[in-house]
Design a protein around this ligand. Structure first.
Ligand code: GDP
Length: 214
């Protein structure tokens, strides 16, 4: 959680996410990504982790991020413009960890991710979403290592917090924090969220704005 978040920043973030937010474009290949003219915050996570739900709640828009459970239909980076004048861009990265994903698809995903993460100076932070019912999985650790290697600072974000007991969530938070501390690019602030109840969402908005403006 963000401890002692600046109340002004929290209010700024609330206003920003209550204002204009628009889908900009989908990029199936790197050559289609927008010019790097504004700070970007990227969202990553296993498919079904609750990424679309979180993006929708974060931006107060029901259908902004669409979910697709078909492997192969999610191999794109989706860009969303936040603020008018434009202040930052949210980047919805393709979900990973489909059990049945064909090998060449996984390879394509890895290339797209690596190319984007390594060459993007405006990418200020990533959010790696982790399902509170399951905790960190091997594919999440791979993602974390990829971000470590690319030196992109990232927050771990526990999703679907309403689905587990508070005691279990507390325990998961602790073990996740211990593991995160071993990763050089993992930010010490870890978020507990629920798109269902809205808990942790205001804190996450503030962290996104803070990362974009730092
Ligand atoms: P994505 O594949 O990562 O984009 O995941 P979705 O956002 O489509 O969510 C996958 C499933 O989890 C859907 O059935 C959502 O309704 C559900 N879900 C997502 N977030 C939450 C949450 O915070 N609480 C609960 N109870 N369900 C959630």
């Amino acid at each position: 959680m963000t401890r002692g978040a600046d109340p002004d920043l929290t209010e700024q973030a609330r206003k920003l996410f209550a204002g204009p937010i628009e889908f900009l474009k989908s990029a199936p290949e790197l050559k289609f990504i927008p010019d790097p003219d504004v700070p970007e915050i990227a969202f990553a996570g296993r498919s079904n982790v609750g990424k679309s739900s979180l993006l929708n709640v974060l931006t107060n828009r029901k259908g902004l991020a669409r979910t697709s459970n078909t492997p192969g239909r999610t191999q794109e980076l989706n860009f969303f413009d936040v603020g008018q004048p434009l202040q930052l861009r949210l980047v919805d990265m393709p979900g990973y960890g489909f059990a049945e994903a064909p090998k060449d698809l996984v390879k394509r995903w890895r290339h797209l991710m690596n190319d984007y993460l390594r060459g993007r100076a405006v990418l200020k932070r990533a959010l790696v979403l982790v399902d509170s019912r399951h905790g960190l999985k091997e594919v999440d650790r791979e993602m974390m290592c990829m971000l470590d290697d690319a030196a992109i600072s990232y927050h771990l974000v526990l999703t679907k917090g309403d689905k587990v007991k508070p005691s279990a969530l507390g325990a998961l938070y602790e073990t996740t924090a211990i593991e995160a501390a071993k990763h050089p690019a993992a930010h010490p602030s870890i978020f507990r969220t629920s798109s269902e109840t809205g808990s942790g969402i205001a804190e996450l908005r503030t962290a996104v704005l803070e990362a974009a403006t730092s």
